[in-house]
Design a protein around this ligand. Sequence first.
Ligand code: NAP
Length: 282
Amino acid sequence: MTAKIIDGNALSRLLRAEVTARVTALKARGITPGLAVVLVGDNAASQVYVRNKVKACEDTGMHSVLERWPATMTEEALLERVAALNNDAGIHGILVQLPLPAHIDAQKVIEAISPAKDVDGFHIASAGALMTGMPGFWPCTPYGCMKMLESIGYELKGKHAVVIGRSNIVGKPMALMLLQQNATVTICHSGTANLKAMTLQADVVVAAVGKRNVLTADMVKPGAVVIDVGMNRNDEGKLCGDVDFDGVKEVAGWITPVPGGVGPMTITMLMVNTLESAERLL
Ligand code: NAP
């Protein structure tokens, strides 16, 4: 069997076109959705991410502000900037790019963002809302994975989903979203005794680890949906996921590629969250 590809670039184009139309409608009513992206320091990967986020805002007609601060910025100064953005009526979403320099307490900064503008979905209030099924912003990466499942018309009720990874930004919220859609969910992590025994039972596997070849063909049930969140570099320095794509695509029913899978969806869902934050003002 050769798996069908869930194309994150194509789905993103579709969703971003919808976002653009909604932004246009909102502007006609006097509101321009605005995203503030705050970058502290000069981490090379972070610079690429923030540039892509700002570009996505421009492409969809949103307003964006990119604040770049030196790595020497104090925690107090950053908290002051966050407070100012919380009070800025033209800003509907605030994103502080992680990682932050070691002398800044990232959790403290995230908690300083108003939950009403927490479009990354990392605030404890957003996490609590997801856990209890209340309205709130969902973290963009797992939200994008859910949109990918939705795009293939996949019914999660009654299915067994295995999430590999339990981070606060991907694994745990992913598991909660799958649970909310009535999947039976297993969460695996570095302490899982027999990962293969778990994944072989899975109708859906989401790999969010950050290590190449965590999921190989012998670990996948024929026909399963495989979503690869991982972003790693192979020996040639090329971007690759956690999944052995070439092997697993011969067993799975559906698979997301890296690049061109979950990555573009993450930024798309950031646009969706920012737009919806602004729409709440209507
Ligand atoms: P993380 O915080 O490092 O979490 C990794 C998780 O994997 C941890 O829960 C860890 O378990 C688990 N793990 C490590 N080795 C394992 C193993 N051998 N078997 C099973 N589980 C194992 O990483 P993250 O922030 O969630 O990100 C995960 C990956 O997704 C990274 O490659 C990251 O770059 C990528 N990512 C991509 C996007 C995107 O837009 N495409 C967005 C975010 C993240 P413990 O908890 O026991 O340590």
